[in-house]
Structures are given as structure tokens and as C-alpha cells.
Design a protein around this ligand. Structure first.
Ligand code: ZN
Length: 171
């Protein structure tokens, strides 16, 4: 390859992250109308990106909401009947679960998509749902109640997750 066509050399690569960004409404219609086609297209796209940029990690996929905030999404595809896609929306760093659920083949996905839309827009104004009971919380009130990707209201944290986290950390 001609050196002039190289965007950056290997020493620069660590400074860049290559990802795929989809805006909310494109994501909405792709999931609503052709969920499994969308997941397959995404897989192909990721493979192409990996080949183009010689990246070895899984190309991250982001969905941008109305506030311009990016959420890293993670899709897992189970084709066996009844097929479903498990989907998780994380914050932009991929470290905090904002929404998680399953989409079953043939279901009407509209209400779940409305759920996600609400969750990611609420997150942009500082609110998040407890990963256990689902109650809405102020992120700033509970930001230390975290275990892996989950975040918990004080009730769920003190009643259950605090102990699980402590065992994990100090064993
Ligand atoms: Zn809770």
C-alpha cells in the first residue's frame, strides 16, 4: 500500500477507536421491522470494519440518542426457535447498564423500543433504572451501588447486592 494512502501508522492506532454509530430512529426502524436482518447486517459490517482497520477486538456499536449521547450496545443472537436477540444498552464507556432485555422473533417490538428510548433519554438527564427492581433513581444518588455492569437503588443494594459485591472483592 502506498504510504500516502495510510491514514495512520501502527503507533497511532492506540489513539483511535473504530466503531459503528447508528442514530436512534434508524435503530428503531431496523429493530422494529427487520430485527434478525439487522443483526446479521451488523455482524457483516463489523467483520468488514475489522478487516479494513485490521482490528482484532469486536467493533463496538453505538446508538446516539436525541441528546447526542452515545450508548454502547451489545447484541447476542440466538437463532434456535423461538429465536431471540438479547440486547443491552450501556453508557458510552460500556461500563454501566442503562437498559437490558430480550426481543423475541415475531413479537411486536414497539413497546420495548419505547422503553429503551425513555431509559436512554432519562439517562442523559441524570436518571437511571435500578438493575434489579427497575425503579427510577437519580444516578448521582446511587453511583457507588455498582456491581459489574449493574447499578442498584439503596434498597436493592443494601438488601442484596452490597453483600454479593463484598464477597466478590474480598474472597
Ligand atoms: Zn432496586
Amino acid at each position: 500500500m502506498n504510504k500516502n494512502n495510510v491514514l495512520f501508522d501502527n503507533s497511532d492506532r492506540a489513539k483511535f477507536e473504530v466503531g459503528v454509530i447508528i442514530n436512534w430512529w434508524d435503530f428503531y426502524y431496523l429493530v422494529k421491522n427487520s430485527l434478525f436482518d439487522f443483526v446479521e447486517e451488523l455482524d457483516t459490517l463489523r467483520r468488514d470494519v475489522n478487516k479494513t482497520f485490521s482490528t482484532t477486538y469486536t467493533t463496538p456499536v453505538y446508538v446516539g440518542n436525541a441528546y447526542g449521547e452515545l450508548f454502547q450496545i451489545y447484541l447476542n443472537y440466538f437463532k434456535a426457535s423461538p429465536g431471540f436477540v438479547s440486547l443491552t444498552f450501556y453508557d458510552s464507556k460500556g461500563s454501566l447498564t442503562v437498559w437490558s432485555g430480550k426481543f423475541f422473533d415475531g413479537d411486536d417490538h414497539k413497546s420495548k423500543l419505547q422503553d429503551i428510548s425513555k431509559a436512554i433519554n432519562d439517562f442523559s438527564v441524570g436518571n437511571i433504572n435500578c438493575s434489579d427492581c427497575g425503579s427510577q433513581q437519580k444516578l448521582s444518588d446511587i453511583q457507588n451501588n455498582r456491581y459489574f455492569g449493574g447499578i442498584y437503588c439503596d434498597g436493592c443494594w443494601n438488601g442484596k447486592w452490597k453483600e454479593i459485591e463484598a464477597k466478590e472483592t474480598y474472597n
